[in-house]
Design a protein around this ligand. Structure first.
Ligand code: A3P
Length: 327
C-alpha cells in the first residue's frame, strides 16, 4: 500500500514529467520550466512537497538566494550570528560547528529537506529555525508569506553570477566524468534568454526586490557587492533584521569583526572540511571546495568579452528599468 507521502511524491514526479524540459549547462542535465522558472528535477520535487507541507513559524529566518550569488557565505554569517550566544559547544548549532561543517550542512535548503520522497519532521526543531531556499518569491510555500517570518535575500551582479555558475557546473561535469555538454558561449546565450538553473535571474531578483520595498520588515534585500564592500555593516543590519542585534558591548568587544573574520573566504576555504570534504546533493556528491572559487567582485572581466558584458548589462538595465534597482 503506498503511503500518503508516496502518493504525493508520485504526483510531483508525474507533474514534472509533463513540464517543458531543456538540457542545460556543462553537465547537460535536464531543467524543467515551472511557473516561468527553470529548475533541476531534484529540488523541484522537494519544492512542490514543501509548498504543500512546510509550515513556517513567525520566528523562522529564511535565507533566499539566486544560485551562486553567495549562499555559502550568507549561511555562514547568519548561522554564526544567530547562534553566537550558545554556550554548549556540544550542541550541533553552536557557532563553532562551523569550523567542522560546511555551511550547507549548518543551514539546509527547505526544498532539499523535502525531497527524500518522504516528509521531514521539522516541528521538533527549536526556534528560531534557520533555513535557506533558492525558490522564486512566487513559489515560496504559502505559509512562509502568511507566517510573518523573515526572509533575507542575496543576489549578485548577473555577470559575476553567470561566471560563478559556469565554473561550478564545469567542476561538477569534471567530477562526474561527463563530456562537456554546453560551451560557455552557449550557456551565456541561454542565460541571456532566461534559461539557467533558477532563471530567469532578473525575474527572481525583481520579485524579491519589490517585496522588500513593500514589506521591508519582512524581506531584507542585499547584494553580494554590498556585502563584500562592508561586511561588518551588512552583518549588523542583518542581525537587527532577524531580531538578534549586536549590543553595544558586543560591538566594543569586536564580536562583529570576529564573525566576519570567521566567515571570510580565506578562513572558510582553508578549513579541512572545505578543502577535502564532500556533501551529497540528490544523487550527486559535491566537493566542498567547489563552493569556494575566488570570492571576489568583477572576476567576469576575465571570462566575458566586452560585447558579452555590454549585452548582459543592457538586459539588466532594461529589465530593472523603473524598479529603482541597479547593479
Ligand atoms: P565565485 O565563483 O565568483 O568565486 P554560492 O555560495 O551561492 O554557491 O555562491 C558561490 C560564490 O560565492 C562563489 O563565487 C564563491 O567563491 C563565493 N564565496 C563562497 N564563500 C565565500 C565567502 N566566505 N566570502 C565571499 N565569497 C564567497
Amino acid at each position: 500500500e503506498p503511503t500518503d507521502d508516496q502518493e504525493s511524491y508520485n504526483r510531483y514526479k508525474d507533474l514534472i514529467s509533463t513540464l517543458p524540459t531543456q538540457r542545460w549547462g556543462p553537465c547537460g542535465d535536464d531543467l524543467h520550466q515551472h511557473h516561468g522558472f527553470w529548475f533541476p528535477p531534484f529540488p523541484l520535487e522537494g519544492l512542490m512537497a514543501a509548498q504543500d507541507h512546510f509550515v513556517a513559524r513567525p520566528t523562522d529566518v529564511i535565507l533566499v538566494t539566486f544560485p551562486k550569488s553567495g549562499t555559502t557565505w550568507l549561511k555562514a554569517l547568519t548561522f554564526a550570528t544567530i547562534n553566537r550566544n550558545r554556550a554548549d559547544v556540544a550542541e550541533p548549532n553552536h557557532p563553532l560547528s562551523m569550523l567542522k561543517l560546511n555551511p550547507h550542512e549548518c543551514v539546509p535548503l527547505i526544498s532539499f529537506l523535502y525531497n527524500d520522497g518522504r516528509l521531514p519532521d521539522l516541528d521538533s526543531l527549536h526556534g528560531p529555525r534557520l533555513f535557506a531556499e533558492h525558490a522564486p518569491f512566487s513559489l515560496l510555500p504559502e505559509s512562509v508569506l502568511g507566517s510573518g517570518c523573515r526572509i533575507v535575500y542575496l543576489c549578485r551582479d548577473p555577470k559575476d553570477n553567470l561566471v560563478s555558475l559556469w565554473h561550478y557546473m564545469l567542476a561538477q561535469a569534471r567530477a562526474r566524468g561527463l563530456a562537456q555538454y554546453h560551451s560557455f558561449d552557449e550557456v551565456f546565450e541561454l542565460f541571456c534568454s532566461g534559461i539557467s538553473m533558477g532563471g530567469p535571474m532578473w525575474d527572481h531578483v525583481l520579485d524579491y526586490w519589490r517585496e522588500s520595498l513593500r514589506r521591508p520588515e519582512r524581506v531584507m534585500f542585499m547584494k553580494y557587492e554590498q556585502l563584500k564592500g562592508d561586511t561588518g555593516g551588512c552583518l549588523k543590519r542583518l542581525a537587527e533584521f532577524i531580531g538578534c542585534p549586536f549590543s553595544e558591548e558586543e560591538e566594543r568587544e569586536g564580536k562583529v569583526e570576529e564573525i566576519v573574520e570567521m566567515c571570510s573566504f580565506e578562513r572558510l576555504s582553508e578549513l579541512e572540511v572545505n578543502k577535502n570534504g564532500r556533501i551529497g546533493i540528490g544523487s550527486t556528491e559535491i566537493e566542498n571546495k567547489d563552493f569556494f572559487r575566488k570570492g571576489v567582485v568583477g572576476d567576469w572581466n576575465r571570462h566575458l568579452t566586452a560585447e558579452m558584458a555590454e549585452r548582459l548589462d543592457r538586459i539588466t538595465e532594461e529589465k530593472f528599468r523603473g524598479s529603482g534597482l541597479k547593479f
